[in-house]
Design a protein around this ligand. Structure first.
Ligand SMILES: [Zn+2]
Length: 280
Protein backbone atom coordinates (compact mmCIF):
# COMPACT_ATOMS: atom_id res chain seq x y z
CA UNK A 1 0.00 0.00 0.00
CA UNK A 2 2.66 2.49 1.14
CA UNK A 3 4.92 1.49 -1.77
CA UNK A 4 2.00 2.04 -4.13
CA UNK A 5 1.31 5.60 -2.82
CA UNK A 6 5.00 6.40 -3.06
CA UNK A 7 5.15 4.96 -6.56
CA UNK A 8 2.20 7.11 -7.67
CA UNK A 9 3.73 10.28 -6.19
CA UNK A 10 7.01 9.55 -7.95
CA UNK A 11 5.12 8.95 -11.18
CA UNK A 12 3.34 12.32 -10.87
CA UNK A 13 6.69 13.97 -10.25
CA UNK A 14 8.08 12.20 -13.32
CA UNK A 15 5.19 13.48 -15.44
CA UNK A 16 5.93 17.06 -14.31
CA UNK A 17 9.59 16.47 -14.81
CA UNK A 18 10.13 17.52 -18.37
CA UNK A 19 13.73 16.77 -19.15
CA UNK A 20 15.91 19.16 -21.07
CA UNK A 21 18.90 18.56 -23.31
CA UNK A 22 21.47 19.70 -20.79
CA UNK A 23 20.37 17.15 -18.14
CA UNK A 24 23.06 14.61 -17.31
CA UNK A 25 23.62 11.47 -15.25
CA UNK A 26 25.92 11.48 -12.23
CA UNK A 27 26.33 8.55 -9.84
CA UNK A 28 23.39 6.84 -11.54
CA UNK A 29 20.96 9.77 -10.95
CA UNK A 30 19.61 12.32 -13.44
CA UNK A 31 20.82 15.87 -12.71
CA UNK A 32 19.35 19.13 -14.00
CA UNK A 33 21.69 20.77 -16.48
CA UNK A 34 20.40 24.22 -15.50
CA UNK A 35 20.78 24.18 -11.71
CA UNK A 36 23.09 21.16 -11.21
CA UNK A 37 20.87 19.58 -8.57
CA UNK A 38 19.41 16.03 -8.81
CA UNK A 39 16.08 15.31 -10.47
CA UNK A 40 16.10 11.86 -8.91
CA UNK A 41 16.57 10.53 -5.42
CA UNK A 42 17.17 7.09 -3.95
CA UNK A 43 14.85 6.05 -1.17
CA UNK A 44 14.64 2.87 0.88
CA UNK A 45 11.22 1.29 1.23
CA UNK A 46 10.94 -1.87 3.34
CA UNK A 47 14.61 -2.60 2.78
CA UNK A 48 14.34 -2.13 -0.97
CA UNK A 49 16.11 0.82 -2.65
CA UNK A 50 14.07 2.69 -5.23
CA UNK A 51 15.07 5.57 -7.52
CA UNK A 52 12.26 8.11 -7.89
CA UNK A 53 11.91 11.50 -9.51
CA UNK A 54 11.98 14.69 -7.45
CA UNK A 55 12.09 18.42 -8.16
CA UNK A 56 15.45 20.01 -8.84
CA UNK A 57 16.06 23.53 -7.47
CA UNK A 58 14.74 25.39 -10.49
CA UNK A 59 11.61 23.22 -10.71
CA UNK A 60 10.99 23.75 -7.00
CA UNK A 61 11.47 27.51 -7.47
CA UNK A 62 9.02 27.53 -10.40
CA UNK A 63 6.48 25.52 -8.38
CA UNK A 64 6.74 27.96 -5.44
CA UNK A 65 6.39 30.88 -7.87
CA UNK A 66 3.21 29.39 -9.38
CA UNK A 67 1.82 28.72 -5.89
CA UNK A 68 2.47 32.36 -4.94
CA UNK A 69 0.69 33.61 -8.07
CA UNK A 70 -2.27 31.38 -7.25
CA UNK A 71 -2.28 32.60 -3.65
CA UNK A 72 -2.19 36.27 -4.78
CA UNK A 73 -5.06 35.63 -7.22
CA UNK A 74 -7.14 34.01 -4.47
CA UNK A 75 -6.36 36.89 -2.10
CA UNK A 76 -7.26 39.50 -4.70
CA UNK A 77 -10.57 37.74 -5.41
CA UNK A 78 -11.35 37.60 -1.68
CA UNK A 79 -10.58 41.33 -1.30
CA UNK A 80 -12.72 42.14 -4.33
CA UNK A 81 -15.64 40.15 -2.87
CA UNK A 82 -15.13 41.89 0.46
CA UNK A 83 -15.19 45.32 -1.23
CA UNK A 84 -18.33 44.54 -3.23
CA UNK A 85 -20.25 43.60 -0.11
CA UNK A 86 -18.71 46.41 1.98
CA UNK A 87 -19.32 49.43 -0.27
CA UNK A 88 -22.54 49.26 -2.30
CA UNK A 89 -21.63 52.46 -4.14
CA UNK A 90 -19.21 51.08 -6.78
CA UNK A 91 -17.88 54.56 -7.69
CA UNK A 92 -16.27 54.71 -4.26
CA UNK A 93 -14.23 51.56 -4.91
CA UNK A 94 -11.62 53.73 -6.64
CA UNK A 95 -11.58 56.41 -3.94
CA UNK A 96 -8.20 55.50 -2.53
CA UNK A 97 -5.16 57.26 -1.07
CA UNK A 98 -3.31 56.46 -4.30
CA UNK A 99 -5.96 58.18 -6.43
CA UNK A 100 -6.22 61.25 -4.18
CA UNK A 101 -5.66 64.54 -6.07
CA UNK A 102 -4.11 66.29 -3.07
CA UNK A 103 -6.85 68.92 -2.63
CA UNK A 104 -7.48 68.13 1.06
CA UNK A 105 -4.05 67.18 2.46
CA UNK A 106 -4.98 67.67 6.13
CA UNK A 107 -8.07 65.49 5.94
CA UNK A 108 -6.29 62.77 3.95
CA UNK A 109 -3.41 62.81 6.41
CA UNK A 110 -5.92 62.28 9.27
CA UNK A 111 -7.48 59.40 7.32
CA UNK A 112 -4.03 57.82 6.81
CA UNK A 113 -3.26 58.14 10.51
CA UNK A 114 -6.51 56.37 11.28
CA UNK A 115 -5.61 53.49 8.96
CA UNK A 116 -2.04 53.27 10.32
CA UNK A 117 -3.33 53.20 13.87
CA UNK A 118 -6.23 50.87 13.06
CA UNK A 119 -5.34 48.11 15.59
CA UNK A 120 -5.37 50.68 18.37
CA UNK A 121 -8.52 52.40 17.06
CA UNK A 122 -10.22 49.02 17.01
CA UNK A 123 -8.99 48.02 20.46
CA UNK A 124 -9.90 51.36 22.03
CA UNK A 125 -13.12 51.69 20.03
CA UNK A 126 -12.27 55.09 18.55
CA UNK A 127 -14.24 56.48 15.62
CA UNK A 128 -14.24 59.73 13.68
CA UNK A 129 -16.87 62.33 12.89
CA UNK A 130 -15.82 64.15 9.73
CA UNK A 131 -17.85 67.33 9.58
CA UNK A 132 -17.70 70.35 7.30
CA UNK A 133 -19.37 71.88 4.26
CA UNK A 134 -20.66 69.97 1.26
CA UNK A 135 -18.00 68.85 -1.21
CA UNK A 136 -14.98 69.27 1.08
CA UNK A 137 -13.75 65.70 0.66
CA UNK A 138 -15.27 64.06 3.78
CA UNK A 139 -16.81 61.15 1.91
CA UNK A 140 -13.66 60.72 -0.18
CA UNK A 141 -11.51 60.53 2.97
CA UNK A 142 -13.91 58.05 4.59
CA UNK A 143 -13.88 55.88 1.45
CA UNK A 144 -10.05 55.94 1.47
CA UNK A 145 -10.13 54.54 5.02
CA UNK A 146 -12.66 51.89 3.97
CA UNK A 147 -10.68 50.79 0.89
CA UNK A 148 -7.33 50.71 2.69
CA UNK A 149 -8.73 48.55 5.50
CA UNK A 150 -10.59 46.26 3.08
CA UNK A 151 -7.24 45.71 1.31
CA UNK A 152 -6.03 44.35 4.64
CA UNK A 153 -8.98 41.95 4.82
CA UNK A 154 -10.85 43.95 7.48
CA UNK A 155 -14.65 43.79 7.45
CA UNK A 156 -15.97 47.27 6.73
CA UNK A 157 -19.48 48.48 5.89
CA UNK A 158 -19.76 51.90 4.25
CA UNK A 159 -23.30 53.06 3.69
CA UNK A 160 -25.58 56.01 4.44
CA UNK A 161 -28.77 56.44 6.42
CA UNK A 162 -30.94 57.01 3.32
CA UNK A 163 -29.88 53.58 2.05
CA UNK A 164 -30.40 52.01 5.48
CA UNK A 165 -33.87 53.57 5.84
CA UNK A 166 -34.88 52.42 2.34
CA UNK A 167 -33.67 48.90 3.04
CA UNK A 168 -35.47 48.82 6.39
CA UNK A 169 -38.78 49.72 4.75
CA UNK A 170 -38.60 46.65 2.56
CA UNK A 171 -38.08 44.17 5.44
CA UNK A 172 -40.42 42.61 7.98
CA UNK A 173 -39.53 42.99 11.69
CA UNK A 174 -37.36 39.87 11.92
CA UNK A 175 -35.33 40.81 8.84
CA UNK A 176 -35.04 44.41 10.08
CA UNK A 177 -33.23 43.28 13.24
CA UNK A 178 -31.04 40.90 11.22
CA UNK A 179 -30.12 43.71 8.84
CA UNK A 180 -29.17 46.07 11.69
CA UNK A 181 -27.14 43.26 13.33
CA UNK A 182 -25.37 42.68 10.00
CA UNK A 183 -24.26 46.25 9.42
CA UNK A 184 -23.44 46.83 13.09
CA UNK A 185 -21.33 43.71 13.61
CA UNK A 186 -18.58 44.56 11.09
CA UNK A 187 -15.13 45.74 12.26
CA UNK A 188 -15.67 49.30 11.04
CA UNK A 189 -19.01 50.93 10.24
CA UNK A 190 -18.94 54.08 8.11
CA UNK A 191 -22.15 56.08 7.81
CA UNK A 192 -21.91 58.73 5.15
CA UNK A 193 -23.74 62.05 5.13
CA UNK A 194 -25.69 62.04 8.41
CA UNK A 195 -28.46 64.63 8.14
CA UNK A 196 -29.03 64.11 4.40
CA UNK A 197 -31.71 61.45 5.04
CA UNK A 198 -35.30 62.61 5.15
CA UNK A 199 -36.19 64.15 8.48
CA UNK A 200 -39.06 62.18 9.98
CA UNK A 201 -39.75 60.48 13.30
CA UNK A 202 -39.39 57.13 11.56
CA UNK A 203 -36.03 58.05 10.00
CA UNK A 204 -34.72 59.38 13.31
CA UNK A 205 -35.81 56.20 15.07
CA UNK A 206 -33.80 54.08 12.62
CA UNK A 207 -30.72 56.33 12.85
CA UNK A 208 -30.88 56.10 16.66
CA UNK A 209 -31.33 52.34 16.52
CA UNK A 210 -28.25 51.88 14.29
CA UNK A 211 -26.05 54.14 16.41
CA UNK A 212 -27.25 52.53 19.67
CA UNK A 213 -26.62 49.05 18.28
CA UNK A 214 -23.17 50.06 17.13
CA UNK A 215 -22.39 51.52 20.58
CA UNK A 216 -23.52 48.22 22.14
CA UNK A 217 -21.14 46.30 19.84
CA UNK A 218 -18.25 48.45 21.15
CA UNK A 219 -16.75 48.75 17.69
CA UNK A 220 -15.65 51.93 15.89
CA UNK A 221 -17.96 54.16 13.89
CA UNK A 222 -17.02 56.79 11.31
CA UNK A 223 -19.55 59.41 10.33
CA UNK A 224 -19.50 62.16 7.76
CA UNK A 225 -21.94 65.04 8.08
CA UNK A 226 -22.69 68.58 6.94
CA UNK A 227 -24.22 69.30 10.34
CA UNK A 228 -21.96 71.83 12.14
CA UNK A 229 -20.13 70.53 15.22
CA UNK A 230 -21.77 73.31 17.24
CA UNK A 231 -25.21 71.89 16.37
CA UNK A 232 -24.11 68.37 17.33
CA UNK A 233 -22.83 69.68 20.66
CA UNK A 234 -25.87 71.88 21.33
CA UNK A 235 -28.79 70.57 19.27
CA UNK A 236 -31.49 73.25 18.89
CA UNK A 237 -34.04 70.45 18.44
CA UNK A 238 -33.98 68.28 21.57
CA UNK A 239 -35.24 65.20 19.73
CA UNK A 240 -31.72 64.80 18.28
CA UNK A 241 -29.96 65.32 21.64
CA UNK A 242 -29.68 61.64 22.56
CA UNK A 243 -28.28 60.53 19.20
CA UNK A 244 -25.85 63.45 18.96
CA UNK A 245 -24.56 62.83 22.46
CA UNK A 246 -23.93 59.16 21.57
CA UNK A 247 -22.03 60.27 18.45
CA UNK A 248 -19.82 62.58 20.53
CA UNK A 249 -19.09 59.68 22.90
CA UNK A 250 -18.07 57.39 20.04
CA UNK A 251 -16.12 59.66 17.69
CA UNK A 252 -13.35 62.24 17.51
CA UNK A 253 -14.58 65.32 15.61
CA UNK A 254 -12.47 66.25 12.57
CA UNK A 255 -13.15 69.42 10.62
CA UNK A 256 -12.86 69.22 6.85
CA UNK A 257 -12.02 72.64 5.50
CA UNK A 258 -11.06 71.93 1.89
CA UNK A 259 -12.48 73.91 -0.98
CA UNK A 260 -15.77 72.67 -2.35
CA UNK A 261 -14.68 69.94 -4.78
CA UNK A 262 -17.95 70.03 -6.71
CA UNK A 263 -17.92 73.82 -7.01
CA UNK A 264 -14.28 73.74 -8.07
CA UNK A 265 -15.04 71.21 -10.77
CA UNK A 266 -17.86 73.43 -11.94
CA UNK A 267 -15.51 76.45 -11.89
CA UNK A 268 -13.01 74.43 -13.96
CA UNK A 269 -15.75 73.55 -16.43
CA UNK A 270 -16.87 77.17 -16.69
CA UNK A 271 -13.30 78.30 -17.27
CA UNK A 272 -12.94 75.71 -20.00
CA UNK A 273 -16.30 76.75 -21.57
CA UNK A 274 -15.36 80.46 -21.57
CA UNK A 275 -12.12 79.66 -23.38
CA UNK A 276 -13.96 77.32 -25.74
CA UNK A 277 -16.52 79.94 -26.77
CA UNK A 278 -14.00 82.78 -27.02
CA UNK A 279 -11.96 80.81 -29.54
CA UNK A 280 -11.81 81.65 -33.28
ZN1 LIG B 1 16.97 22.58 -12.32
Amino acid sequence: MFTEILGNAALRCAENNSGNESDYVKDGLIYCGLCDTPKQVRIKVFGKTMTVFCDCHCQHKEYTHQQNILHEQEKSLAVSNLRNSAIPNRTMHSWTFDNDNGSTPKLISTAKRYVNGWEEMRAKNIGLCLFGNVGTGKTYAAACIANALIDRGIRVVMTDFSRVINAMQSFDTKDKNGYIDDICSCDLLILDDLGAERQSEYALQICEQVIDERAKNKKPLILTTNIPLETIKNPPDMKYARMYSRILEMTVPVQSSGTDKRRRTHEDNMKWAKEYFSGP
